[in-house]
Ligand binder design. Structure first.
Ligand code: MN
Length: 289
C-alpha cells in the first residue's frame, strides 16, 4: 500500500473543479460538483452532490417521489436524519454516519425526506453508473448504520472511515464488482499524510469539505474546501492535511473502474442509448417502475 518513493507512480491533480450551487427535489439547496457543465461525469461517476445547511427552509421540503433507472445512488449522511421510502415497500432511516447504497436497476420511485425540523442536514450523494448488462437488474438496497462503517487510525495520524474499498486489511461494507468502488472519508490534521494505492486504470478524485489538503507528490496542489481534484493515472494517491491546527481537514477520496460505455442520460434515467431513454420515460409514465 505504500507508494512513497515511487513518485512516478503517484497521481497528480489534472483539474480542480468547484461545485455550483443549485437546488433539487422540492427545493433542497446543494452544491453539484459532478453532473454539471464543467464536469458532466467522471466515468463511472455520474453525479456528486454535497448538501449542508443549518437552515431548515433550505432542506425541509426534501426530495418527494421521483424515479431512477440504470445506475446506483450512494447517500452518506454526516449530520441530520433522512427517511427513504419507495414503491417496492423498502423503507429506511439514514442517521449521521450512515450509508445507503441503492441500486435503481430497472426502476423505482422513491422519496428522500428530512426527519427533522431544525438543526443541520449535511452529507453527500454520489451516483455510480452500472454497466449495460446490469442496468435492468432488480432494485436493491444496502443500508449500513454508522457502527457498520469501520474507522482506521493510521500510524501517520490519519483517521479514515472505509465506506467502500480497503485500507490495509480493513474493508468497507460495500461491494460492487463491476465498478469496484473505493469511498474513504478522511480526517487529516495539519501536516498529517495519507497514502493510498489504487489500480492505474481507475478513475479517482478527492473532494475537500473542511479545511484544505495538499494532493499529489510533493504537495503538488493545495485543494480547498468545496473543491474537487480530479487525479491523473498512477498507482498511488498522496494527501497531506493543509488546514489550520484547530481542527483536522476532511475530504472524501473516491475511486472506481471506468466502464467505457456510452452514456445516455435524462435527469434520473441513465442508460446507454437514446432508445433506452425513451423506453425509460415510457415505462415510468405507464407505471411500470
Ligand atoms: Mn433519489
Amino acid at each position: 500500500m505504500q507508494a512513497r518513493g515511487q513518485t512516478g507512480a503517484t497521481r497528480t491533480v489534472t483539474r480542480v473543479v468547484r461545485g455550483i450551487p443549485t437546488s433539487d427535489g422540492a427545493g433542497v439547496k446543494l452544491e453539484r460538483v459532478i453532473g454539471q457543465p464543467q464536469l458532466p461525469d467522471l466515468d463511472p461517476f455520474l453525479l456528486l452532490d454535497e448538501f449542508g445547511t443549518d437552515e431548515p427552509q433550505d432542506y425541509i421540503a426534501g426530495f418527494p417521489d421521483h424515479p431512477h433507472r440504470g445506475f446506483q445512488t450512494v447517500t452518506y449522511m454526516l449530520d441530520g436524519r433522512m427517511r427513504h421510502r419507495d414503491n417496492h415497500g423498502h423503507e429506511g432511516l439514514l442517521v449521521p454516519g450512515a450509508v445507503q447504497w441503492m441500486t435503481a436497476g430497472r426502476g423505482l420511485v422513491h422519496s428522500e425526506m428530512p426527519q427533522q425540523e431544525s438543526g443541520r442536514l449535511r452529507g453527500f450523494q454520489l451516483w455510480i453508473n452500472l454497466p449495460a448488462r446490469d442496468k435492468m437488474t432488480a432494485p436493491d438496497y444496502q443500508e449500513f448504520g454508522p457502527e457498520r462503517i469501520p474507522v482506521v487510525a493510521v500510524r501517520t495520524g490519519a483517521r479514515v472511515k472505509v465506506i467502500a474499498g480497503a485500507v490495509g486489511e480493513v474493508r468497507g461494507p460495500v461491494v460492487q464488482p463491476a465498478t469496484d468502488p473505493t469511498w474513504l472519508d478522511l480526517e487529516l490534521g495539519a501536516g498529517v499524510r495519507f497514502v493510498h494505492a489504487v489500480p492505474d486504470a481507475y478513475t479517482s478524485f478527492v473532494y475537500v469539505y473542511e479545511g484544505a489538503m495538499h494532493v499529489g507528490p510533493g504537495r503538488d496542489a493545495r485543494v480547498s474546501r468545496q473543491e474537487l481534484a480530479v487525479l491523473g493515472r498512477g498507482t498511488g494517491i498522496e494527501l497531506e492535511g493543509a488546514g489550520g491546527d484547530a481542527s483536522p481537514s476532511r475530504a472524501i477520496l473516491v475511486a472506481g473502474r471506468p466502464l467505457g460505455e456510452p452514456v445516455a442520460r435524462l435527469g434520473p434515467f441513465v442508460m446507454n442509448t437514446a432508445q433506452e431513454l425513451r423506453q425509460a420515460v415510457e415505462d415510468f409514465r405507464s407505471g411500470r417502475f
